[in-house]
Write a protein that binds this ligand. Sequence first.
Ligand code: ATP
Ligand code: MG
Length: 357
Amino acid sequence: MDKVVSISFGELFLKGKNRQRFVDRAIKKVRKKISHIPYENIYLDSGKLYIEAKEEYLDAIIESASNVFGIIYLSKCVRTSKDFEKIKEAADVLFEDLDYEGKTFKVFTNRVDKSFTLTSPEISRELGAYILKNFKNLSVDIKKPELEIHLDLKNYAYLFANRVKGLGGLPIGSSGRGLVLLSGGIDSPVAGFLIAKRGVELGCIHFHSYPFTSERAFDKVKKLAEILATYTGNFTLYSVNLLKIQTEINKKALERETTVLSRRFMMRISDKLAEKNEYSMIVTGESLGQVASQTIEGINASNVLATRPVLRPLIGLDKSDIIEISEKIGTYETSIMPFEDCCTVFLPKKTCNKTKN
Ligand code: ATP
Ligand code: MG
């Protein structure tokens, strides 16, 4: 009897012929994520991934692998042979670590190996009866149990109770490559995260106005990119000095047009860089109506310059929803650090509100 980690993939299994490719990609990402942990073996058993390691490493494996897109659940399982007596022993082991007293439970059996003599409901009933008899203060609730005890019968029998929720989405690289316009604000890192979650491999481009913007402001952007990279794996962060262009805009354009003009240059440069480095889409953190430059006319003024799709995953989200995601993914605290960006240095207070980011 051993304890192993099991990993369930989400939408990967809806992908028909592509499924194997998606699974292989997700496995590669998991391997990379846990490479610092001395695990012993990793294998597939009827669609789920299993990782063998000494018990003391199992929690660390779950924590590291839970950041891989494409995973919906992770759990610690007790693995044994497909023998009902052994499965009961596995239940004893499982319950040692379980906070079960006073709770309701239900057993769910998934019998992939149909050669097992009992049917799934019969197995669930028998195992349920064993648990009721051997562990105190438990009762069965088949509608809304507090504890779900899962038994998977595959090449082995796997018994588990608590599932950690993964991020869902699709493994990085399964939906092409995208270039994210990454400012130091709250929105663009969230946009990058959401599009990466759909399987897009990221690159990021940041525009600064050094020396008017400081190195510390750029460090903040690097830090945001590093946080994103904990989900995506390493990617390239391009930085472009927009100082000359912004100086010219400031000299020659009407004040109310400076933000939109600056965005147009950012888009033109980003599109060229995307062409050269084979990014098939551009991603921004724009949200409709959030600031004056993000009216549909403002957005369209730069949109028309792109020769590839511009994806705006935040377009219909409220600022409060965006903040909630940024807190969850860990970028918020960095995003609100009060460093100037090229926008706040140069542009009129009206269209570029410092506190809004
Ligand atoms: P953010 O919080 O991402 O800065 P925002 O609400 O402050 O967004 P704007 O500053 O108007 O909105 O920018 C809209 C989008 O344009 C950003 O989400 C980002 O994708 C891009 N962008 C703005 N400034 C920069 C910059 N200095 N470098 C790279 N991209 C930028
Ligand atoms: Mg901004």
